[in-house]
Design a protein around this ligand. Structure first.
Ligand code: PLP
Length: 260
């Protein structure tokens, strides 16, 4: 049996809806063997983030080395990295092990408002990590912060995608979930063509961890050897179904349903 390996380098969500927990569940459902490097522990539930406890840099690089020196991986994703020091260390290790199929979810702020990335770390993201990205999946607020401009129209979104592409990412997917309107429009750009991925908006408050789940699904598909565009399309289908089949648990913004 061929085993496809996928690694997540991200934060832990005690509530199980986002972060490492969402990633591993998604890997499992899509048939990839999941591995994890925990960058920070959050005390979190559907009501929000109550605490953030970053793991020391040595603890992060040792976890990566433990995987790199033994198991290796077919694809990886990054989620919550928290500081520029973590971004520097993680980028260096990805480069050291020559890992390909790198999906960067530029996690910055949780839906409840908690900061998951320090402000000054955006520069490190642009300079160190984005050049290693096979796919980067910012939402609109993240794309605005990365490009330092407002995005209101589709034209502005295309300009932002181009500018993130020019930072070195091979493929840019700007997610439309944070917009408004009846439809969610995600914009895919690979340096050649723009493609609008349109789906009806599902009205629900249970969208905690959607970004994590989407980027994890893309990584699992890349680990299985899928082409980038196909991996992104499957990721989109997976997250759509996960939102639709909501579990309705917790008193606040509940998790999506990772059971395929
Ligand atoms: N907590 C952790 C540890 C995460 O990695 C993420 C990812 O974006 C979130 C929370 C965000 O959750 P939400 O979808 O509620 O913004």
């Amino acid at each position: 049996m061929k085993v496809y390996k996928a690694l997540t380098i991200a934060g832990s969500d005690s509530g199980g809806g986002a972060g490492i927990q969402a990633d591993l569940k998604t890997f499992q459902e899509l048939g990839a063997f999941g591995m994890s490097v925990v960058t920070a522990v959050t005390a979190q539930n559907t009501l929000g983030v109550q605490g953030v406890y970053p793991i020391p840099i040595a603890g992060i690089t040792e976890q990566i080395a433990a995987i790199g020196d033994d198991l290796g991986t077919d694809a990886l994703k990054t989620g919550m990295l928290f500081s520029s020091e973590v971004i520097d260390a993680v980028s260096e290790k990805i480069d050291h092990y020559g890992w390909h199929n790198v999906v960067v979810d530029p996690v910055m702020v949780a839906k409840g408002g908690a900061k998951l990335l320090q402000d000054e770390a955006i520069r490190a993201l642009i300079e160190k990590l984005i050049p290693l990205a096979t796919v980067i999946t910012p939402n609109i607020p993240e794309a605005e912060l990365l490009t330092n401009r407002d995005i209101n129209t589709l034209e502005e979104r295309k300009e932002a995608a181009k500018s993130i592409y020019n930072m070195g990412a091979k493929t840019v997917v700007i997610k439309g979930g944070h917009g408004n309107g009846q439809e969610v429009v995600d914009l895919f750009y690979d340096g050649e063509v723009f493609e609008k991925m349109v789906s009806p908006r599902i009205e629900t408050r249970h969208t905690h961890g959607t970004g994590c789940t989407f980027s994890a699904a893309i990584s699992a598909e890349l680990a299985k050897g899928k082409e980038i565009r196909e991996a992104v399309m499957t990721g989109k289908q997976f997250i759509r179904a996960a939102i639709e089949k909501q579990l309705g648990i917790g008193k606040g913004h509940g998790p999506t349903n990772h059971w395929a």
